[in-house]
Design a protein around this ligand. Structure first.
Ligand SMILES: [Mg+2]
Length: 231
């Protein structure tokens, strides 16, 4: 990847361990409430339902089919309703509490710091995230990631979500570069990878799932630390 000068990272589940951090925050909410009784459900079952619903709502949000406010509380409201418990007020309360707790969690994806230490100085590093802006800055501050990045591109600030090509074009112009010098690294095939490829960038998919090897400009890694061999 000799032509690359700018490396753009996704944040959630690429560097910041969203799944682990989110589960800790949800366990707190779960234990502080009577949900186990009201929904007659264990935490493990509840979280499995929640994650499926949350994933689907994020997908709709990235495609602008729902707005942020709906995503914020519908993920809880729909999870409650899955267990025949309908309480929109509690869902809204959880939505607020969750965003107050989760961004302060600091679990990172394995190899994050070692990899960023290796890349910084050699390349200019940036972030592109669809996450909510009021929490992304807190996450970066709390886990010490902020100093690694030159530009932090939050979709909400620009009115376009990944995979919209316009967000990649904005990122490219902020970095003052061209598409041939850019690579996107992320865990979400649709948002990170399709978006980057459509913008003419290289893309690196962080995943244990196989990919179509015939796609030019696309590489897959299973661990972040593999980036040390690629760059
Ligand atoms: Mg992600």
């Amino acid at each position: 990847m000799k032509h690359i000068k700018h490396i753009f990272f996704d944040l959630d589940n690429t560097l910041w361990d969203f799944e682990k951090n989110s589960r800790e925050a949800l366990l707190h909410l779960f234990n502080e409430s009577d949900i186990s009784i009201l929904c007659d459900v264990s935490f493990e079952n509840f979280i499995a339902t929640y994650e499926k619903i949350n994933h689907h709502l994020w997908h709709q949000y990235s495609l602008k089919q729902i707005v942020k406010e709906e995503l914020r509380y519908q993920r809880f409201h729909q999870s409650f309703k899955h267990y025949q418990y309908n309480n929109i007020e509690l869902a809204k309360q959880w939505a607020d509490e969750y965003l107050k707790i989760s961004p302060y969690k600091t679990h990172l994806i394995e190899g994050s710091i070692e990899t960023l230490d290796y890349l910084q100085g050699k390349y200019t590093l940036h972030l592109i995230t669809n996450g909510f802006k009021e929490v992304q800055h807190i996450k970066l501050d709390c886990c010490g990631l902020k100093p690694y990045f030159n530009h932090l591109i939050i979709s909400e600030d620009h009115g376009y979500n990944k995979p919209d090509i316009k967000l990649f074009e904005i990122a490219q112009s902020l970095a003052n570069t061209n598409k041939n010098e850019c690579v996107m690294i992320g865990d979400n095939y649709e948002a990170d990878i399709i978006g980057a490829l459509n913008a003419g960038w290289d893309a690196i998919f962080l995943s244990s799932s196989p990919i179509d090897n015939s796609i030019e400009k696309l590489t897959r890694i299973e661990k972040l630390i593999e980036l040390k061999d690629l760059f």
